[in-house]
Design a protein around this ligand. Structure first.
Ligand code: 5GP
Length: 130
């Protein structure tokens, strides 16, 4: 059965898209730890990040860097934190989270609630810098 992220890639579930090419897709986390929280995924379904083959993983990291730089420009933050968890969705993803301090990386923190308009604006702001 397709993962929820594959459904997002196929457009069966809507998302606020940040980037797409042949192999990768990036979109805003629907339950963000901070404004601009973005997920970078391979289109190919692989559960565990470290099962991705070397060349694809290199590309994914370099793409994450490019997107993180755009997030830094679009969202006020100290830097972009990087996290890999993958316990909720079995489709590898890199979390890019704009943070002010290390406490902002705590998964137990209350998530930010945003309107559709706010999500749309944040996505546009980030995409502008890609
Ligand atoms: P993890 O698997 O790394 O623990 O977390 C999965 C992340 O995916 C969570 O931060 C969650 O908010 C996000 N997520 C789960 N389902 C959806 C969805 O349907 N759309 C989007 N945009 N994000 C999702």
């Amino acid at each position: 059965m397709a993962t929820i992220f594959t459904k997002i890639v196929k457009g069966e579930i809507p998302s606020y898209k940040i980037f797409e090419d042949e192999h990768f897709y990036a979109f805003l986390d629907i339950n963000p730890m901070a404004k601009g929280h973005t997920l970078v995924i391979p289109k190919k379904e692989v559960d565990y990040l470290f099962d991705i083959d070397d060349e694809m993983l290199k590309e994914m990291i370099v793409l994450s860097k490019k997107i993180a730089k755009a997030i830094e420009k679009a969202i006020e933050c100290n830097r972009v934190g990087v996290m890999v968890v993958g316990l909720e969705v079995p489709h590898a993803h890199i979390h890019l989270i704009p943070i002010q301090s290390e406490g902002d990386m705590n998964l137990s923190n209350k998530r930010v609630e945003l309107s559709k308009e706010e999500f749309g604006k944040i996505a546009n702001d980030i995409v502008r810098y890609l």
